[in-house]
Ligand binder design. Sequence first.
Ligand code: HAM
Length: 416
Amino acid sequence: MIKNIKGTKDLLPNAMLNILDIERHLNIFMNIHGYGEIRTPIFESTELFSRSVGEHTDIVNKEMYTWVDQNKQSLTLRPEMTASVVRSYIQKQLWKTEPISKFYYIGPSFRRERPQKGRLRQFHQFGIEAIGSPNPEQDAEVISMAYNIYKMFGIDNLEIKINSLGSGNIRKKYGIDLRDSLIKFKNEFNESELIRLEKNPLRILDSKNKKTQKIVNENAPNIFDYISDEDNQHFNDVINILDQLKITYTHDQKLVRGLDYYTKTVFEVTSSNLGAQDALCGGGRYNNLVKELGGENIPAIGFAAGVERLLLAMNLEDNRTIDTDVYIVNIEKQYTAKAMQIADLLRKELGVAVYIDSLRRSIKSQMRHANKMNAKFTIILDLENLKKDKVLIKNMNENKQESILINNIVSYFESE
Ligand code: HAM
């Protein structure tokens, strides 16, 4: 038997109902905030991700699905969407036609991580990217949107962590000092931490290893001692707006995020409703990325969130069924076309959901199926009624039935 690949999931219709509801709410939420949907391809040239997410990140180093195609071009399934949105923005030179571009997206991303609860190899992200504004009010809008989305979906136990990575060469300078401050503990670190310390020292700050955390807490310099007055002011302006919006947050000076493109504000929303993988969403400013990928010097900020983690936090039932208003019990196969005409008429005139049996089952098992589908009415096409141009309509909740002329079916349902 051929099975799905480890870390991927089939989403069957009953599970999709919750996801489609989430997407519907998100579409409306984004539109009323002035964000329009962008869809980019799910694969891109590998270079796009190595140049943006960063060559020394876990994502690029070990988690990407990359292959060389027939034209000897290295391609990669997107591990995230920010790089693609920026690529598209640059390619279309959108700054020439609009001073600010506000996008949102929903779709699959791919990372070859070790699968566990809330962590998949094909997962789904929704997110936003606001490209064009350098101002703290834009940061505050993005963070408050992330917060309000989780509030909209009724998630409690939310925590927003926020930090600044500064701008210019700060990240690099801080990285060097961080490495120097920790190198004397190298015998205490495991192999992957040593590689991090060498290649991408900031990543040591979000090590999950308790012993490493202690060493870091006691010895690492504070990034806030490095950032400029201007960056400090930007950070204060952002949190000042959040305070006024009554959005609570913690300033987590160890928050660095796992992607290289960030400058200034970074943030994450976590929920204790989730297990070990507690990050619902993460984001931040990336003021250099548009330029680094070949565009103008244009600042930007955004976030992305895991759909699967939102679903886990919402703790929804996934055995919902598709709504059925009317179930047509079709027992005389020569009247199938009649059944279909009635179904189409009801769908078109009244917009109701109509199900027709096509298994030629007994009346009893069709009625049982109608019950299981929570049908509000059944229409039974039996010979005796059909001879009089009638059908039998049964109200399943009130357990009453009537013979109705086929010509009067629509008005019957209109009055029900
Ligand atoms: P990220 O933190 O790598 O950021 O991913 C964002 C969110 O995607 C995570 O908080 C998590 O909810 C979800 N996620 C990530 N990996 C997995 C996985 N393997 N399985 C399930 N869910 C996962 C980014 O992707 C950036 N592009 C965010 C951003 C947008 N920054 C600026 N703009």
